[in-house]
Write a protein that binds this ligand. Structure first.
Ligand code: SF4
Length: 421
């Protein structure tokens, strides 16, 4: 509590509030909720947060704050920023402790006849469902697993986000009167055309979880795995005593590296083309991974994977970073003749993810990267169908996924309400 008090006093309650206006994807009213905690009004703080987000307990814990709200905090110019994430967690946890719910704050009543189907119960789908239900829309979530949460459950390890927090968040959202149909999957037992006939609008948010390939020689060898699939399906091999290379620099790479280390690997080496400062993963995650014994080979690129059926070695090449015209980021360029080999037992590719192959058969326009193409209203090439989150190529953080769900919900409401009168 002392820390909370110190942090709320440390906030300058800035008028321009860059933390909220520039840093937070959701536009949470940060100084306003902090002021309420300072005045001892935790309940009001939760009400303020709930105007823009239904995931404060999650975002407060796992957002890359240093790149979002805290990265824009005025206090951060000369010293440490305000610990906004911790304050958000404090408010959510207090609200749950006191039994404060979204239902009670929003006083929502499902009274209208308009119906919306949501496919996928991850952060984008759950947020869209909540903001639609807030306005009285009848919402049904179609979920492929027998649990909701998506990557919040299977993509983020327990050591980074407790399942209990996700469960509490979901219960709070479902209490708004949202119906869920489990084990429903497009392309298997759920048809988009069928939903189109039965609902006034559809929001697709079933993610993109097929690990991208690098296209290097030897990628098909036994012992080369996709990071997203490992986290989603838990089909880990036995890592005990092994040397494992993780390729990539984002949070999925960090989650894989730390998970593999916990599962008994002797050595875990993260191989990343750029320098530490350019890693998309949160600095906190990198620091914790280092503390846990994960090694980093920065400015190293993978050339080929070698082995007889099964991975044995990987050839790497060192890179230098150069500024190229028209590029906003430093570009890694291979340093000629700097190749070398390291022995590895397994390789995990954590280089990003693409939507499942069946997405191209949905009859919707796609982007050149294979995501569902959307306009500024999150509407697809079929005006009745909206899409968000990773599936639509929205920036890969939970807060951005949630933002897409909330904004899609607002646009859907505008359209279906107009149709109602
Ligand atoms: Fe407080 Fe930092 Fe936001 Fe200013 S920028 S209102 S100091 S959290």
């Amino acid at each position: 509590m002392e820390k909370i008090e110190r942090e709320t006093n440390y906030c300058l309650n800035c008028k321009i509030k860059p933390c909220a206006n520039k840093g937070c994807p959701l536009g949470n009213q940060i100084p306003e909720f902090i002021q309420q905690i300072k005045q001892g009004n935790d309940q009001k703080a939760y009400e303020i947060l709930s105007e823009t987000t239904v995931l404060p307990g999650i975002c407060g814990r796992i957002c890359p704050h240093e790149k979002q709200c805290q990265g824009s905090c005025v206090r951060g110019i000369k010293g440490n920023p305000v610990s906004i994430g911790e304050l958000e967690v404090f408010v959510f946890d207090k609200a749950m402790e006191k039994g404060q719910t979204l239902k009670e704050i929003w006083k929502n009543k499902i009274e209208k006849t308009k119906k919306v189907a949501i496919v996928g119960g991850g952060p984008a789908g759950l947020t869209a469902a909540a903001f639609l239900a807030k306005k009285g829309v009848r919402v049904t979530i179609y979920e492929k697993y027998d649990y909701l949460g998506g990557l919040l459950i299977h993509g983020i390890p327990e050591f980074r986000l407790s399942k209990q927090i996700v469960k509490q968040t979901i219960e709070n959202i479902l209490a708004l009167g949202i119906e869920v149909k489990y084990r429903q999957e497009i392309g298997k037992n759920l048809a988009l055309e069928d939903l189109e006939k039965r609902y006034d609008a559809i929001f697709l948010a079933f993610g993109a979880n097929c690990s991208s390939k690098m296209g290097v020689e030897g990628e098909e060898l036994e012992g080369v795995y996709g990071g997203n699939e490992l986290l989603e399906y838990h089909l880990h091999p036995n890592y005990v005593g092994k040397t494992v290379a993780v390729i990539g620099g984002g949070n999925v790479a960090m989650d894989c590296a730390r998970t593999v280390k916990r599962l008994g690997a002797k050595e875990v080496k993260v191989i990343y083309r750029r320098a530490k400062e350019q890693m998309p993963a949160e600095q906190k995650e990198i620091k914790e991974a280092i503390e846990e014994g994960v090694e980093f080979l920065f400015q190293n690129n993978i050339v080929k994977i070698m082995g007889n059926k099964k991975v044995e070695e990987v050839e790497l090449i060192r890179t230098k970073l150069v500024q190229k015209e028209g590029e906003t980021r430093l570009i890694p360029v291979n340093i000629q003749n700097s190749n070398y080999k390291i022995k590895v037992d397994d390789i995990i590719m954590a280089l990003g993810a693409n939507p499942a192959p069946f997405v191209k058969d949905l009859g919707l326009h796609l982007t050149k990267w294979g995501n569902i193409a959307i306009n500024e209203k999150y509407q697809t090439s079929n005006p009745k169908i909206y899409a968000g989150g990773d599936l639509a190529g929205v920036k890969g953080t939970v807060a951005w996924a949630a933002y897409s769900g909330r904004e899609a919900a607002k646009n859907i409401i505008k359209v279906i309400e107009k149709e109602a009168y």
